[in-house]
Design a protein around this ligand. Structure first.
Ligand code: AMP
Ligand code: ZN
Length: 113
């Protein structure tokens, strides 16, 4: 399948790994929008939040647990962080493999643009 993040998970495209377990892969965003900008993805291809089914319940929970674990390990849990999923064109999704942005290291503004 011609999917950028599937290729990153498979190691066919290089990435800077920050987290990995059986079902989740985490790597540095190539165009960071904050001092910490990590992408967390299910290893199994899912195009977007629109394609989620009951079978994905566990992996989505694991992605959030991974984010909280990284936050504690990297020392920004107390200062705070943001977990973002962009879905579809209006959501600003540019890569069609479900992913969550983990952003931290600066005071993030709200609402987003
Ligand atoms: P989104 O716009 O929500 O679909 O997010 C896609 C993200 O993937 C963007 O923040 C990009 O900077 C990031 N990205 C694109 N290509 C790569 C890559 N080769 N390695 C790491 N991050 C990437
Ligand atoms: Zn994929």
């Amino acid at each position: 399948m011609d999917c950028l993040f599937c290729k990153i998970i498979a190691g066919e495209i290089p990435s800077t790994k920050v987290y990995e377990d059986d079902n989740v892969y985490g790597f540095l965003d190539i165009e960071p929008q904050a001092p910490v900008h990590i992408i967390l993805v299910p290893k199994q291809h899912v195009a977007s939040a629109n394609e989620l089914t009951e079978e994905h319940t566990e992996v989505i929970g694991k992605i959030f647990l991974a984010a909280a674990k990284i936050a504690k390990e990297q020392g920004f849990a107390e200062a705070g962080y943001r977990i973002v999923n962009n879905c579809g064109e209006d959501g600003g999704q540019t890569v069609s493999h479900l992913h969550f942005h983990l952003l931290a290291g600066r005071n993030l503004q709200w609402p987003p643009g």
